[in-house]
Every structure is written in structure tokens, then in C-alpha cells.
Write a protein that binds this ligand. Structure first.
Ligand code: UDP
Length: 328
């Protein structure tokens, strides 16, 4: 029996694949390699293709004995989603609908879905709990929320059990140093700041210092990518035991402002990081900090990398050893 990982060559998907291989699991990976990297694949059986292609999916499901599916495949850039919402709705929603339809046909009933803190939008209750209102401030969050709603009805109608995992800010790199973050173009705060430390960029632009936060910059909850992987594994085990569908936040429960992240990068790398204040980035909520109590309690999840410094250290190791990402 195999676990199908959709988007398994991407940043979080590749860390999940590596984690499952370490656990001795049999994995099948699908990726269209639009954002993923072939060099991020450390094992398993790989299929190149797009989830919206039903004929392709039928081939994957008919050639393998798939018992569970984890779906990471999605576009995930907030600002791009604001400028091109249909690209996001088409890819993120349609791909999951096609996948669920094929799962239904093949009687595969365990599904782990990558969701996001962006489903909450501007939440006034901090830390955010799973029961808090979901009001996305960008099409990316909206596309993930739409799938969450679709899942509820697929469970009722077809018995597909799911775990929705709402990640806060995924960061860091595998401790073994073989895989890490490589987006093209890069848009995320930690890798961009590390590129400044490496001398690949002159400065980091701080998107807004007029938010209602202590230093005026946005606050986020950074969670190590390998801790995300362990939570997926536990969520899968829980579904395998026949437990009900559920939603979990995944974060460290501690918020750091953009300026605090830059200062931590300065400290970890021992370099001076030039920064400049720019205007706000559209669609950014001011504060996103998770309450992950539910995951800690119900999944027995125990995040190992619970300090920003540790997270940035792992990312720094990856960037230093792979200054051009997977291109080397
Ligand atoms: N950010 C920034 N400069 C950058 C990239 C990001 O100031 O070059 C800010 C961004 O506005 C947000 C935070 O850093 O408040 C985290 O952004 P990132 O893109 O890393 O993750 P997101 O929160 O969008 O998932």
C-alpha cells in the first residue's frame, strides 16, 4: 500500500516525502514541476503530470495500490493571487476536485489537505483557533477555504475522511541539508533575507511599517517544515485508525515581526542586513499567530524546532551550501 504525495517535489512536499521515506513508507509522487524541483526528490516513484488531467490521474491510481493521499500541489503566492485570482481558483480548486473524484472512483478514503492561515484573514483573536471565523483577505486563502468546504461534502457523500492542516509560515530546511526552500522567483521573507546575507541581493524591502503592531511591521508565526511533515504523518495515522475528519492549525504559537525576523537573520548569519521600508503588500493580514493546542493534544504533535533561531539556522545551512538552490 502506498501514500500518494501530490506536489511532492515542492518545498513542503519534498520534506514530507523525505520524512515518509525515513519512516520506511512506500511513496508515489506526482508533480508538474512548475514550482517543484526534480532534484528535491530523494526516492519513491515519480510521475510528471498535472492533477487537472484526469486521464493522467487514472493511470497513476490504476498502476498503484494507493491507500492515502496528501495534497500539497497549489500556487501559494498572496500577491500573485491578488493580481491573477482565476489562475489560483483554476489550479488550486480544480486540481483538488479532479483528485477527489478519482479517489472516489478508486475507493481511496484518506486525504490530508495543505491549507493555510490565510483562510482566517484579519482575525482579531490571537492566537487563532480552528473555530475562529475564516475571512480570507486574498484569493490564495479563498481558494484553500473553498476546498475545505468541498471536503466537508465529499466526506458526507462519499466517506472520504480528511485532515485539513492550516499552516502558518513554513520555514527552515531539512536538518540533513539535502533539501530546502527554492522558489523562483523567491518572495518569502526568510529566504530573501538570507540571500541578502549571502550578498546575492543588496537589501530586504520591508512591506509596511505602519501596521497596528508593536514595531509597525507584520507579525507571523514561523513553523519548521520538518515539524509540518511530522504533523502530516500523525494526522495520517489518526485517519488510518478510523478517526473523524478534522481541521488543525500548525504553528509554534509565537509571533515575530518582519523586523524581528531580519534581526534574527543578522544574529544567526553574523552579517549586516540592509533593509528599506516599502509600501504594504496587498492582501497581507497584520498578525497571524496560531493556537496549535488542538494538534498538540489530538495528534500528540511535538514540534522540535520551536525557536526562530533554530529555524533560521537550518535555512541558513541550506542557503550557504546551495546558494543557487537546486540549480547547482
Ligand atoms: N515580507 C517583507 N519583505 C519581503 C517578503 C515578505 O516585508 O521581501 C513580509 C510580508 O509582507 C509578510 C511577512 O514578511 O508580512 C511574511 O511574508 P512571506 O511572503 O514570507 O509569507 P506569507 O506571510 O505571505 O505566507
Amino acid at each position: 500500500m502506498s501514500i500518494l504525495i501530490c506536489g511532492g517535489a515542492g518545498y513542503i512536499g519534498s520534506h514530507m516525502s523525505s520524512y515518509l521515506l525515513e519512516q520506511g513508507k512506500d511513496i508515489i509522487i506526482i508533480d508538474n514541476l512548475k514550482n517543484g524541483h526534480k532534484n528535491a526528490l530523494l526516492g519513491g516513484k515519480f510521475y510528471l503530470g498535472d492533477l487537472r488531467n484526469r486521464i493522467f490521474l487514472n493511470k497513476v491510481f490504476s498502476e498503484n495500490n494507493i491507500e492515502s493521499v496528501i495534497n500539497f500541489a497549489a500556487y501559494s503566492l498572496v500577491s500573485e493571487s491578488i493580481n491573477n485570482p482565476l489562475k489560483y481558483f483554476n489550479n488550486n480548486i480544480l486540481s483538488t476536485i479532479t483528485l477527489l473524484d478519482v479517489m472516489k472512483d478508486y475507493g481511496v478514503n484518506n486525504f490530508i489537505f495543505s491549507s493555510t492561515a490565510a483562510t482566517y484573514g484579519h482575525c482579531r483573536n490571537i492566537p487563532i483557533k480552528e473555530i475562529d471565523a475564516t475571512k480570507p483577505t486574498n484569493p490564495y486563502g479563498e481558494s484553500k477555504l473553498a476546498v475545505e468546504k468541498i471536503l466537508k461534502w465529499c466526506d458526507k457523500a462519499y466517506g472520504i475522511k480528511y485532515s485539513i492542516l492550516r499552516y502558518f509560515n513554513a520555514a527552515g530546511a531539512d536538518i540533513n541539508g539535502n533539501i530546502g526552500e527554492d522558489h523562483r522567483p523567491e518572495s518569502h521573507l526568510i529566504p530573501i533575507t538570507l540571500q541578502v546575507a549571502l550578498g546575492q541581493r543588496e537589501r530586504i524591502m520591508i512591506f509596511g511599517d505602519d501596521y497596528d503592531t508593536p514595531d509597525g511591521t507584520c507579525i507571523r508565526d514561523y513553523i519548521h517544515v520538518s515539524d509540518l511533515a511530522s504533523a502530516h504523518f500523525l494526522a495520517l495515522e489518526r485517519l488510518n485508525k478510523g478517526e473523524n475528519s478534522n481541521i488543525y492549525n500548525l504553528g509554534n504559537g509565537k509571533g515575530f515581526s518582519v523586523k524581528e525576523v531580519i534581526n534574527t537573520v543578522k544574529y544567526v548569519t553574523g552579517t549586516n542586513i540592509k533593509s528599506e521600508i516599502a509600501s504594504r503588500r496587498q492582501g497581507d493580514p497584520p498578525i497571524l499567530v496560531a493556537s496549535s493546542e488542538k494538534a498538540i493534544k489530538e495528534l500528540s504533535w511535538n514540534p522540535k524546532y520551536n525557536s526562530l533561531e533554530m529555524i533560521i539556522e537550518t535555512a541558513w545551512r541550506w542557503h550557504k551550501n546551495h546558494p543557487y538552490g537546486y540549480k547547482q
